[in-house]
Design a protein around this ligand. Structure first.
Ligand SMILES: C[S@@+](CC[C@H](N)C(=O)[O-])C[C@H]1O[C@@H](n2cnc3c(N)ncnc32)[C@H](O)[C@@H]1O
Length: 253
């Protein structure tokens, strides 16, 4: 009887964890809703989160989007092209494209496949939305470092948002495919080499701190990896999510 109880408890815990992960992964399934897409076309972020389209635990992107668009316009008003590494389902890219930017998103489907319950590959959603709404986005299924090494293109701006903590904890926190600090530094160096005006970096402070990239040192780490100037431009702390910090890196004058 005790064994049965333990088995049931384990099964329930597993289901709860999977449901939680699914919800995190699917944080913008509303993108497939026509009305939500219409809101994107109208650049109306708030409408996306009205009408109960967002789940209570979902991460809103509105705070980051406002910061990103405002800073991008201020730092590089002439910028037209943006590269987004670890773009997931492309929500940020669709919104930037709706603002007139031409966006390249890169994500690694192998990363997503560690979630065996994933409803659809993230890039499939990203491409569907871009196609259906004629948004100027292209999406590459690739490892971020491999992608940067395989191209000599450059972009006006680049995004590296909540990506590199996976280099410490592995795909989907699974421990698979970790490259550690060396991998993070290599990626940032490569990315700076492909970015003309501004690189936006977002950390996930708790995980990064556990691996020696805490808030007290992260600016220095970013600066020494790239030799660029680093400025914290904002913080986001939204329902159900740990606070994250956003930095703008710009090349030396
Ligand atoms: C936590 S999500 C962040 C998504 C988005 N950048 C954001 O901030 O909302 C991390 C994303 O990075 C992708 N990813 C992780 N490791 C990667 C790698 N080595 N190359 C490309 N994408 C990777 C994952 O598939 C996932 O979509």
């Amino acid at each position: 009887m005790l064994l049965q109880f333990l088995k049931t408890a384990k099964h329930r815990a597993g289901t709860l964890v999977r449901q939680w992960q699914l919800r995190e992964r699917q944080y913008q399934p509303i993108l497939l809703d026509e009305r939500a897409l219409d809101a994107i076309r109208r650049h109306d972020y708030e409408a996306l989160f009205a009408n109960g389209w967002a789940e209570p635990g979902e991460r809103k992107c509105t705070d980051r989007l406002e910061l990103l668009v405002t800073e991008l316009r201020a730092i590089a008003p002439e910028a037209r092209t943006v590269l987004d590494l670890g773009c997931a389902n492309g929500f940020i890219d669709h919104v930037l494209a709706a603002h007139g930017y031409s966006v390249s998103g890169v994500d690694n489907d192998a990363h997503n496949r560690v979630f065996d319950h994933a409803p659809r590959p993230a890039l499939e959603i990203a491409r569907d939305v871009a196609r259906r709404f004629d948004l100027t986005c292209e999406f590459y299924d690739s490892d971020a470092q491999g992608f940067l090494e395989s191209t000599d293109r450059t972009w006006d701006a680049s995004l590296c948002l909540s990506l590199v903590h996976h280099f410490f904890v592995g795909y989907g926190f699974s421990g698979e495919n970790r490259s550690g600090e060396e991998g993070v530094v290599r990626l940032l160096r490569l990315l700076a080499g492909r970015t003309r005006r501004v690189l936006f970096f977002e950390s996930m402070p708790k995980v990064m701190a556990e691996h020696g990239w805490g808030d007290d040192v992260i600016r220095d780490k970013l600066a020494s990896a790239t030799d660029w100037n680093v400025r914290e431009i904002g913080r986001s702390s939204e329902r159900g999510f740990r606070e994250r910090r956003l930095y703008a890196l710009t090349p030396p004058a």
